[in-house]
Design a protein around this ligand. Structure first.
Ligand code: ADP
Length: 390
């Protein structure tokens, strides 16, 4: 019977899941999501034939109850007959993990110590692992880290200009979205041929957004550093900001820590500037000047970060767009590329409108669209660690 890998991506109130099977576990048999954990839980899933239905209890309070329900659903529907392992997206692997790891109690404990470095993501990623260990103790579990792809960056790209003893406390730049970058890096030879090993910037533009500079298909610099706040303007996150603003809010407005966190992670970015939405589609469809301003700032920041990473690379051979905005928002790509002529980028308007693989006219640098697939990367790593004879 064909073996299967379950891929899980657990957030604070949602769990995304997918099942891979077939040769090299490269076939996505089904995928879906449970959202609204802790309030009104919602379920959606689909396979090759279309949407699948499932009736969930109105309230699923935590990852454990959600996963228990999900396993019942998967097994009752014959979707998970022969699971070989589960692979998880885990935001932080710290300095110890430059590759995915088969989980045991000691490794899980080590990953718990990283919670202070990623308090909004790591606890939820680990909660799903712990819940699954309780529900299916015999099922091997693998953690795949968003930081791992960046581990080989030069020390200067990882450093913060703080007193050096603070580095030992973990205060350094890590970089995130590594599973997405790993997928895109793997596709570069097919898209760029011999130029794949050159100076590449990948722009992962989704709700969360960052950029990664690559040489030889490896990360050499990234726009996100210590936390998932740095760098680009995002859906609800501010991106890079003068730390003086934080000092001002703390001193002059005595803002509470939780409120400050909420402001920076959930009330800023496209949502904060537009006061309309964090969703790029909504903003692109709006003629409200605040929506226009929010998009303008998003583009301005993306162009600035491209410049910074091109400086780190000492030039640019290709720019790759990925993520929900990068893959679909032709208008945003056009606005970004229009300001990158100085790097040798000249947009091909027709190709860009079609979301073509190459969206530039011949020139010193090219721009491309590659649809990312973090789940496929997790499935492949999990299979490699758990089913070596695959
Ligand atoms: P996440 O970071 O949560 O995985 P995604 O990568 O799915 O997010 O990206 C979500 C973003 O992509 C949203 O801002 C959404 O509006 C945008 N997006 C998705 N499809 C389109 C589209 N066709 N046109 C413009 N923006 C789009």
């Amino acid at each position: 019977m064909t073996r299967q890998i379950l891929v899980l991506n657990a957030g604070s109130s949602s769990i995304k899941f997918a099942i891979f099977d077939g040769p090299q576990f490269a076939r996505r048999a089904l995928h879906g999501m449970i959202s609204g954990l802790g309030s009104q839980a919602l379920f959606s899933a689909r396979n090759h034939d279309g949407p699948l239905t499932g009736v969930m209890p109105a309230a699923l309070h935590n990852h454990e109850s959600a996963l228990a329900w999900l396993f019942d659903w998967l097994e009752a529907g014959g979707h998970a007959r022969n699971l070989a392992a589960a692979g998880h997206r885990v935001v932080h692997g710290g300095t110890a993990h430059d590759a995915p790891v088969l989980l045991d109690a000691a490794t899980l404990q080590a990953l718990r110590t990283l919670i202070p470095l990623a308090p909004l993501h790591q606890p939820h990623n680990l909660a799903a692992i712990e819940a699954l260990a309780g529900l299916r103790p015999a099922l091997p579990q693998v953690a795949c880290f968003d930081t791992a792809f960046h581990c080989g960056q030069p020390a200067v790209a990882q450093a913060l200009a703080l007193p050096r003893e603070m580095t030992a406390q973990g205060l350094r730049r890590y970089g995130f979205h590594g599973l997405s970058y790993e997928y895109v890096a793997g596709r570069l030879p097919e898209v760029l041929g011999a130029r794949a090993g050159g100076r590449i910037i990948v722009a992962h533009l989704g709700n969360g957004a960052s950029m990664c500079a690559m040489r030889e298909q490896r990360s050499v610099a990234s726009s996100m550093g210590f936390s998932t706040l740095e760098g680009l303007m995002m859906g609800t996150r501010c991106g890079s900001i003068d730390p003086g603003v934080l000092l001002h809010l703390l001193r002059e407005q005595a803002i509470a820590l939780d409120e400050l966190e909420d402001l920076l992670y959930r009330r800023s970015g496209l949502l904060g500037v537009s006061a309309i939405s964090n969703d790029m589609r909504t903003l692109l469809a709006s003629s409200d000047p605040r929506a226009v301003e929010a998009i303008e700032l998003f583009v301005y920041r993306a162009v600035q970060e491209t410049g910074a990473l091109a400086a780190a690379l000492e030039g640019l051979d290709a720019l790759v767009f990925t993520g929900g905005i990068g893959e679909n928002a032709a208008a945003v790509r056009a606005m970004i590329c229009a300001k990158l002529g100085w790097l040798g980028i000249t947009l091909d308007v027709g190709a860009n409108t079609r979301n073509a693989s190459c969206i530039t006219q011949p020139g010193a640098a090219s721009a491309h669209v590659i649809a990312t697939d973090e789940e496929a990367v997790i499935a492949a790593h999990t299979a490699r660690l758990v089913v070596p004879d695959k």
